[in-house]
Design a protein around this ligand. Structure first.
Ligand SMILES: NC(=O)c1ccc[n+]([C@@H]2O[C@H](COP(=O)([O-])OP(=O)(O)OC[C@H]3O[C@@H](n4cnc5c(N)ncnc54)[C@H](O)[C@@H]3O)[C@@H](O)[C@H]2O)c1
Length: 299
């Protein structure tokens, strides 16, 4: 699926969720620490039900295994029949890149030119690929310089000369593991936008609480973002409250305002929603039918 189609699908999902048309029970964690954990992410909408069963095993690279793996199951919501099965990592990368760029386009300044992605791993590359597909020039930065260069060459991006220069782009996307703070207080300048994608679970952070407090704040979903996302540490420290944070879907439906001035710094906290996965799974299922010259595929 093209990144452009993924952006449209994810936009529609945020809108349908904000209108109450698509629903999503909270994500369930099944933990087996310190080895890793499993996550069950269900959603219903568009005539389908979806379950993403995905895991995170941080020690796996040392064993030659992927950190993250799993499946997405897509079922017909009318008769319960399983319609398609997808690789969860591919669906996740498409929807994560789409959400990062969608938020940057919606919340960034209208005259924003430069874009940077910090963290050139699986999902950072997906964000960079989406920027390029949407016609934006993008610079990559990673602590692993070789990885940044390889990815930039493959994606038609450039490599930022330094972290400071990447952080100074008009729109910035961060997709690191969230073990260290990239944005200390005072890093961002008036008018910038940052999509914070990496800190999607408890104990992770890419921005200092005091830096978040300087920003006009947006998130994908308050419950997830305030409990396990980037905002969680700022909420726990009493720096940010519910009233200060707007959900992206409400901006997209027009129920809430987005950026209010060219001087505002905007920040989007993404934790990753099951409705995004559902949107990609439906679009991929439809596309498979189109490619096969069929209205739909029979399993
Ligand atoms: N918000 C979401 O929807 C969403 C979706 C998927 C993944 N994630 C999160 O995004 C993060 C990255 O996931 P991934 O699958 O791309 O991981 P990955 O391991 O493929 O890539 C991470 C990259 O970050 C780089 N990195 C590490 N520390 C850095 C630093 N301080 N500065 C710059 N680069 C640094 C690494 O070298 C690596 O290239 C994880 O925390 C993951 O949980 C969020």
């Amino acid at each position: 699926m093209s990144p452009e189609r993924a952006v449209e699908a994810v936009r529609d999902a945020f809108v349908a969720h904000a209108r109450g048309e698509w629903t999503m029970p909270p994500k369930v964690y099944v933990t087996n620490y310190p080895a890793g954990d499993f996550r069950a992410m269900p959603a219903l909408g568009g005539g389908f039900a979806m379950l993403k069963w995905i895991n995170s095993f941080p020690g796996n690279p040392a064993l030659g295994l992927p950190t993250v793996s799993g499946l997405v199951l897509l079922s017909d919501a009318e008769n319960g029949q399983l319609r398609a099965v997808f690789d969860a990592a591919s669906v996740t990368a498409l929807r994560t890149g789409a959400a990062a760029v969608l938020a940057a386009e919606v919340l960034g300044r209208a005259d924003a030119r430069s874009a940077a992605v910090i963290g050139a791993g699986v999902n950072g590359q997906a964000a960079a690929r989406t920027f390029v597909a949407r016609g934006h020039e993008v610079a990559l930065w990673d602590v692993d310089a070789k990885r940044a260069h390889r990815a930039a060459e493959e994606l038609g991006a450039t490599v930022a000369p330094s972290l400071a220069e990447a952080l100074a782009a008009d729109v910035v996307v961060t997709v690191t593991p969230g073990h260290e703070v990239l944005l200390a207080e005072g890093t961002l300048a008036p008018g910038q936008h940052v999509s914070l994608m990496g800190a999607d679970g408890p104990g992770k952070a890419e921005a200092a609480g005091a830096e978040l407090a300087r920003c006009r704040l947006f998130c994908d979903e308050w419950e997830q973002a305030s409990h396990g996302g980037e905002l969680a540490h700022a909420v726990d420290a009493g720096l940010v409250g519910r009233e200060a944070v707007t959900q992206l879907g409400e901006v997209l439906t027009g129920a809430a305002g987005g950026r209010r001035s060219d001087d505002e710094i905007t920040a989007f906290d993404s934790t990753g929603l099951a409705i995004q996965d559902l949107a990609i799974a439906i679009a991929a299922f439809e596309q498979a039918g189109e490619l096969a010259g069929l209205g739909s595929l029979e399993l």
